[in-house]
Unconditional design. Structure first.
Length: 148
């Protein structure tokens, strides 16, 4: 095989449509655009969303106010009263223990403990965040708090 033997695969190349080159070409006269009118002109089509002069849908809908913070961290919240119900004295409260107790639905979501309710049991809490009142209640019950 020589360099002059190389050819594109059959059917991979298509001939260009040469319009406006006489009636014998098949694309003479109106050049395949039909009769006169807006569609036969260059740039004569209406853009997407044009509704025949009616106010377009995108303009009829109200504007959305504000913005959505892409960097917001959504914590799964658990109150100390729930810890009082589900755990016994000396337990380690971490993501795995909370998941096993059915208090959270995902091990990947961050967890925050809030201070609603009372706590009398000594617990070791290892979560992502703990509120101030929750930290006071856990430590006053004899427990410890570790944030990850």
């Amino acid at each position: 095989m020589q360099i002059h033997d190389l050819m594109p695969a059959p059917g991979s190349r298509k001939k260009r449509k040469r319009v406006g080159r006489g009636h014998g070409s098949g694309f003479g006269g109106t050049s395949g655009r039909g009769a006169n009118g807006q569609g036969s002109r260059a740039g004569g089509t209406k853009g997407p969303g044009f509704e025949g002069g009616q106010t377009p849908l995108a303009m009829r809908l109200p504007k959305l106010r504000g913005f959505k913070n892409r960097f917001r961290v959504a914590y799964t919240v658990i109150n100390v009263s729930r810890l009082e119900e589900k755990f016994s004295v000396g337990d380690v409260v971490d993501v795995d223990a909370l998941f096993a107790a059915g208090m959270i639905h995902s091990k990947t979501e961050p967890v925050k403990v809030l201070g609603d309710g009372e706590l009398t049991k000594k617990l070791t809490v290892k979560v992502d965040k703990v509120s101030g009142p929750a930290r006071v209640k856990i430590e006053s019950a004899g427990g410890t708090v570790e944030t990850l």
